[in-house]
Structures are given as structure tokens and as C-alpha cells.
Ligand binder design. Structure first.
Ligand code: SDX
Length: 430
């Protein structure tokens, strides 16, 4: 196999190294291109550009494959849990029983927020969006743990990991309670990760909330399939911010902000809104598909930059949604509408030609809704799931001795040089 690519520009020929990945992916290393050929590449949206090499997650969009550290998402969904999968992503291997128990204790010990931090929540308006609160409070964690603004050892990294994985859950629950004018429910370290979250969300001082095993399994699965997805928009943001040697809290806070967008983590709540519009008669399923084909709007929860086949996470969540609703003996008409929308879209040439399939966001909202989580918290749940991936990627870059600050180039298309115009001589022609 060739180990270089040949590029010819203005009669000059350049040999560029080829990089080949574990799974046969091929890249042209252009890191010397500008210094040698005085040219750059242009790739708006980076659809054809690799920002780094990584050993964390592998996605094959054509085949609908997703693996965390080599383990297929289907097997992790079947046999693992969110916390175990988080450890796999961050530390590189499935934990031993002792490692798992030790980390679980760390998560329990780190669930509380500094009492002074609680005043932050009083300062936000009740209808403040929980993603804004999450980004702000995560960044402020650095003020309470200044020793972790610079991570100098594996132990300090483990401490920072436990703080972020555990406290993201507490911040999410506290922002929900505040928005509803409900008293804060403190974490209970005797409970598992997911049980503790639902306890903080839904217990009241006079009655503890005890979720069903199916609800706990559905939440763990939801978080697990969201745990990482290689160089997506929010992960690339975390890497970009971390590349300037910004601290871990600031970097993942930036990831929360990137995830908030409707085209990314905000899609799960947009899917619910779309399904509710259909249910409430504003739109039939067929009209929804036809309007999407006329490009009047996007079918939320459909399509993906990488998956040109079924998103394997959508399959896992679709089955989990059905199991959860059956166990709760709940008939959610939105699930039926989602299924009908999927069937119609997947038999329509517009979607088939563009390889638009349901993505991770299409069914996730059905699960969250069944768990009683309000729609505006759906992106927060995505962020809670994605925290391990952000941390793993930040750390992979942090550990890389060859890592450089991200500083893309551009092609300037603005005015050529011109002289300053004194105020009296300025006039608007158009
Ligand atoms: C996530 O990157 C990741 O890994 C993200 C994620 C993760 O885990 O981090 O997987 C999570 O963000 C999932 C995606 C959630 N977003 C949505 O569901 C929003 C709806 N989907 C789209 O807006 C869109 O599909 C994107 C943003 C997901 C991908 O956009 P691309 O790759 O830039 O696709 P494109 O805009 O170039 O579209 C290609 C064609 C266009 O039609 P033509 O111009 O070729 O005629 O497909 C059409 C688009 O109009 N199209 C859609 C569509 N998505 C693309 N048409 C209708 N409905 C859609 N959802």
C-alpha cells in the first residue's frame, strides 16, 4: 500500500505522508503543506478533515458501527453500565471489581456541591435555561477547587474526573428543583449513580423517590450511549479550548455551550416538540415529511454528518423506550408517532438518497419524558452522558507531548487594501 499521496500545484509536485488507522481509515497528513507549498486546504464544517488521531472511540458511519475503546456499543449496552463505561472511556480499560467499587465511593463522596455554590442557583431566574446554568456552574467549579485548575498527577486527574462526573448530576438536579421552586434534595451516597440522580430530582422531604429497576436501566442506557462520539462539535470544542491549556472545568463548560445548539445536543428536545406538533394536529406525519422534503424545516432526530446508516444508538434507545413504557404500563402516543415517522421517512426516496436515518436524538426524548424529565432538561441529560467522553478527549490531548494549540487558517475574501476615509468624505452609496 502507498505511504504517500502526490499533490501537484502550479507544476510543482509534493509527496504527502499517508496515515492509516486501526480500522483502515486513510488520511493525508498535510501538516507540512503550507510550509512547503504555500497553500492550505479549505473544508467548511470539517467534513473531510481529521483534527487528530485518537484511541478512544471508533465510528464507521457507512456500517453503523460505534465502539468505545474497541468494545461495540451493542455489547456495552447489553452488559455494562454508564459508570463502568465512563471508566472505560476515561481510563482506557474495563475496571476490575475493586477499581469499580473505589470509583463508586469517589463518586458518592463527590456528589455534594460547596454550600456557597448553592447561592449561584438563587441568582438565576426560575425560567433560566438549565444549559446556561450547567455551563456557568461547571466553569465555577474551578473557583472552589483551584488545586485542580492545573492537573499535575494521575491522582489529581482522578479527583477532577470524580468531581465532574458526580457533580454534573447534582448541578442538573439542583437547577431543576430551583426552577420548580422545590427544596433542594441532597445526594445520598448509598444510591447508585442513576438512582441518586432521580432521588435528587424527584424525592421530597416527606417522601423518598424510588425508581423502578427498568427506569434505572433505561437512564443508565441513555447515558451510556451518549458517553462519547469521537470528534463531534462539542467534543472538538472541548479539545479546541483545552488546546490552549485551559483547565478541564473551563473546557467541558465550553463543550456544554456547543452541545446546546439545535443541530447537536438540542435536537432531542426539538424532536419532542416536532412529535407533539404532530400529535396535537398542527401537522400530519405525512405533511411533516413533505415539508422536510421541501426544506421548510429539518426532521429533528434524523440525519447525521457521519452515520449514513442506522445510528446504532438509536436502535438501542428505541428498544429501551419500548421496554420502559411497557414496564410503566404507559401508552405514549409520541412513540407511535415517532415509529410512523421513521417508517414513512425510511421508505421515501428523499431520505433514502440522502441516507438520512434516525439518530441518537430521535428516541431519546421518549425515554426522558417517561422518566418525568422536562423537555428543557433533555440537552442537560445529553451533557451528563457526554461528560466521560469530553474528559477522555481533553485528557488524551493533555497527555500528548506533540499537541499544539488549535489555530485553523482561512482564505480571506474581503476588500483588498484601501486608504482611510475622513469622516466628511464618507457617504453610503447603497
Ligand atoms: C448529534 O457529530 C456527532 O457525532 C453528533 C452526535 C453526537 O453524539 O455527538 O451524534 C449527536 O448531534 C446528532 C444529530 C442531532 N441533530 C439533528 O437531529 C438535527 C437534524 N439533523 C440535521 O440538521 C443534520 O442531519 C445534521 C446537522 C445532523 C448533519 O448535517 P450535515 O451533515 O451538515 O448534512 P447537510 O446539512 O449537508 O445535509 C445534506 C442533505 C441536505 O439536502 P441537499 O442539500 O443535499 O438536498 O440532507 C438534508 C439537507 O437538507 N438533510 C435533512 C436533514 N438532515 C440533512 N433533510 C431533512 N431533515 C434532516 N434532518
Amino acid at each position: 500500500m502507498q505511504d504517500t499521496a502526490t499533490l501537484t500545484i502550479d507544476g510543482q509536485t509534493y509527496e504527502l505522508p499517508i496515515v492509516r488507522g486501526t480500522e483502515g481509515e486513510v488520511a493525508i497528513d498535510i501538516s507540512s503543506l503550507r510550509s512547503r507549498a504555500k497553500v492550505i486546504t479549505l473544508d467548511p464544517g470539517y467534513a473531510n478533515t481529521g483534527a487528530c488521531t485518537s484511541t478512544i472511540t471508533f465510528v464507521d458511519g457507512e456500517k453503523g458501527i460505534l465502539r468505545y475503546r474497541g468494545y461495540p456499543i451493542e455489547q456495552l449496552a447489553e452488559y455494562s453500565s454508564f459508570v463502568e463505561t465512563a471508566m472505560l472511556l476515561i481510563f482506557g480499560e474495563l475496571p476490575t471489581k475493586e477499581e469499580r467499587a473505589e470509583f463508586r465511593t469517589m463518586l458518592g463522596d463527590q456528589a455534594l456541591l460547596h454550600e456557597d455554590l448553592l447561592h449561584h442557583f438563587d441568582g438565576f431566574p426560575p425560567n433560566g435555561h438549565p444549559m446556561a446554568i450547567l455551563a456557568a456552574v461547571i466553569n465555577s467549579l474551578g473557583t472552589y477547587y483551584p488545586d485542580l485548575l492545573e492537573i499535575r498527577s494521575d491522582e489529581e486527574f482522578r479527583q477532577a474526573v470524580a468531581k465532574l462526573i458526580s457533580k454534573v448530576r447534582t448541578i442538573a438536579a439542583f437547577s431543576y428543583r430551583k426552577s420548580r421552586g422545590l427544596p433542594i434534595i441532597y445526594p445520598d451516597p448509598r444510591r447508585s449513580y442513576c438512582e441518586n440522580f432521580l432521588h435528587m430530582m424527584f424525592s421530597v422531604p416527606y417522601r423518598e423517590y424510588t425508581p423502578t429497576p427498568e427506569a434505572l436501566r433505561a437512564l443508565s442506557l441513555f447515558l451510556l450511549v451518549h458517553a462519547d462520539h469521537e470528534q463531534n462539535c462539542s467534543c472538538s470544542t472541548v479539545r479546541m479550548v483545552g488546546s490552549s491549556e485551559a483547565n478541564l472545568f473551563a473546557s467541558v463548560s465550553a463543550g456544554v455551550s456547543a452541545l446546546w445548539g439545535r443541530l447537536h445536543g438540542g435536537a432531542n428536545s426539538a424532536v419532542l416538540t416536532m412529535l407533539e406538533q404532530i400529535r396535537d394536529g398542527d401537522l400530519s406525519v405525512r405533511e411533516c415529511v413533505e415539508r422536510a422534503k421541501r426544506k421548510e424545516f429539518r426532521l429533528m432526530g434524523f440525519g447525521h454528518r457521519v452515520y449514513k446508516n442506522f445510528d446504532p444508538r438509536a436502535k438501542v434507545l428505541k428498544a429501551a423506550a419500548k421496554r420502559l413504557l411497557t414496564s410503566l404500563n404507559v401508552q405514549d402516543d409520541l412513540l407511535e408517532i415517532a415509529q410512523e415517522l421513521e417508517d414513512i421517512a425510511l421508505s421515501d426516496d428523499y431520505f433514502v438518497e440522502r441516507k438520512l436515518y434516525p439518530n441518537v436524538d430521535f428516541y431519546s426524548g421518549i425515554i426522558l419524558r417517561a422518566l418525568g424529565i422536562p423537555t428543557n432538561m433533555f440537552p442537560v441529560m445529553f451533557a451528563m452522558g457526554r461528560m466521560p467522553g469530553w474528559i477522555a478527549h481533553w485528557h488524551e490531548q493533555f497527555q500528548d507531548p506533540n499537541a499544539r494549540i488549535h489555530r485553523p487558517r482561512q482564505i480571506y475574501m474581503g476588500p483588498a487594501q484601501r486608504d482611510y476615509i475622513p469622516m466628511h468624505a464618507r457617504k453610503r452609496t447603497s
